[in-house]
Design a protein around this ligand. Structure first.
Ligand code: NI
Length: 140
């Protein structure tokens, strides 16, 4: 088995705020600081999607990256780009919109469609800022 890991980068811009409805206004500001700004703030997110597969003899590809690009567009960019993560995204409803929770939710959107192509989603990396990012490999 000669597995190769292939990565496609995607970018989207979105607004959010970190806010726990179970807490007081004061506690939200204390814990989340500027991230709890009531009138939202935005990020230029960058997502790295890594699939795992073996190069097919006919193409040399693990997966046609045009197909991966299209899956990311439909399942991630279209629902998230220029949206408010707290209000506009059904699959983020009721979830704190941290990078950690967002990357898990994105995994759940992409895993099955990628599996349908015969490839495996291996790893996601989601940058919220240049300096802050999260990694997720699925599972626990
Ligand atoms: Ni933020």
């Amino acid at each position: 088995m000669k597995n190769v890991y292939v990565t496609r980068r995607a970018r989207f811009n979105a607004a959010h705020k970190l806010w726990n409805d179970d807490w007081s206004h004061a506690k939200n500001l204390e814990v989340f600081g500027k991230c709890a700004n009531p009138n939202w703030h935005g990020h230029n997110y960058e997502l790295h999607v890594t699939i795992k597969g073996q190069p097919a003899s006919e193409t040399g590809y693990c997966m046609d990256l045009k197909d991966l690009r299209d899956l990311i567009k439909v399942h991630v960019e279209d629902p998230l780009d220029h949206r408010n993560l707290n209000m506009d995204v059904p699959w983020m409803k009721g979830v704190l919109t941290s990078t950690e929770n967002l990357i898990i939710a994105i995994w759940e959107q992409l895993e099955a469609p990628i599996a349908e192509t015969g490839c495996h989603l291996h790893h996601l990396r989601l940058y919220e800022t240049e300096n802050n990012y999260a990694d997720y490999y699925g599972g626990e």
